[in-house]
Design a protein around this ligand. Sequence first.
Ligand code: TRP
Length: 351
Amino acid sequence: MPNEGSFEAALKRSDEIRADLPVHPERYCMLTGDRPTGRLHLGHYFGTLKGRVEIQNMGIRTNVLIADYQVITDRDTTANIADNVFNMVVDYLACGIDPDKTMVYVHSAIPACNQLMLPFLSLVTEAELERNPTVKAEQEASGHALTGLLLTYPVHQACDILFCKGNIVPVGRDQLPHIELTRTIARRFNERFAEVFPEPDAVLSDAILLPGLDGRKMSKSYGNSIAISMTAEETAKVIKKSKTDSERTITFDPEARPGVSALLTTAAVCSGRDERDIADEIGDAGAGALKAYVTKAVNDYFAPIRARREKLVADPGYVWDVLHDGNAKASAIAEQTLGEVREAMGMVYGR
Ligand code: TRP
C-alpha cells in the first residue's frame, strides 16, 4: 500500500459501514464490477458475488458493471469478449443477482459515463497516476509497455463509480488505491466546481480468500480454478488432477501442504464446515477420499446455481435483454450526472 495510514483508515471505515448496511440500507448505493476476461470462478463467488447478492437483498441500490474497456488495459485483444460478457451476465443471474433490483451494464455502452473522464483527468497529476502500485503490478505482469489507458484506467474507474454516485464499492484490497483516487477526484471536483459527488468507501469482504487448487492465487491462467459454469463432471476432473502430496493422513497446514489445504478450504466454504473437522474425519483415508469429498461439496453447493445457468443459456434473448435494460438505465443516470457536471462547470450555453 502506498500509505499504511490510509489503508488502516479504509479498513476502519469499511468495518463501520458493514455494520451499518443492514441498519440504514437507504444511505447506500453500491457499485462494483468485473473485467470480462474469462469465466467467473469460485474465488469470485465466495470473495464477492455472494456478498453482492446479500447487499442487494438488504434493499440497497446495487449496480454491477461489466468493465469491458478494462479488458484492453493490459492486453491487446478483445477476443471472445461478447461470449465472456454473456456468460458473466448468466453467472450473475444464476448466483442470485435480480435484474429488478440490480442494474447490470457494460461501460462501453454508456458514453456519458465515459465523458466524465475528461474533467476527471484534469483533477489528477501525472505523479499521482504513476505511483499507483496496482497499475505498476499489472504493467509488470503484462510484459507490455505502459499504455496511456493502463496508466489512466483508475480515473476511468472513478467515472464508473461516480456516474451513479456510488458510495460503497465492494472490492478486494488490490483495488484500494483506485478507491483512494476516486475519493480524491470527487473531493477535488466538489471543491473546484460545485458539490456533485459523494466520496465513496471501499467495502472489504471478511470472506476468506479462497486459494486455487494448488494453494496459489486462484486464477484461470494458473489452471487451478473451478469455474461456476463447469459441469459436475468437469469439476470432478479438475479436482482429480489437482496436486496433493505423498503424506497419507489428511491435515490442514496451508504452509507445508498447500494442495491438501486448498482442497480442505474449498470443501469448507462449500459445506459451511471447518477445515480441521473435515481433515479429522478423512484422516487416513487419504487424498482420494478428500478429493471425493471436495467434489461432492462443490457440486452439491453449485447444483441449483448450475441448473439456473442452464436455463439461462437456453434463453440468450432474455440474457441480452437484461444487459440492454441495464445499459438503458445506466445511460439515463449518466446523462443526468453529466448534466450536473456541465452545470457545475458553467458549461451550459444559451438556455
Ligand atoms: N478494476 C476492477 C477489477 O479489475 C474492475 C472494475 C472496473 C471495478 N470498474 C470498477 C470494480 C468499479 C469496482 C468499481 O477487478
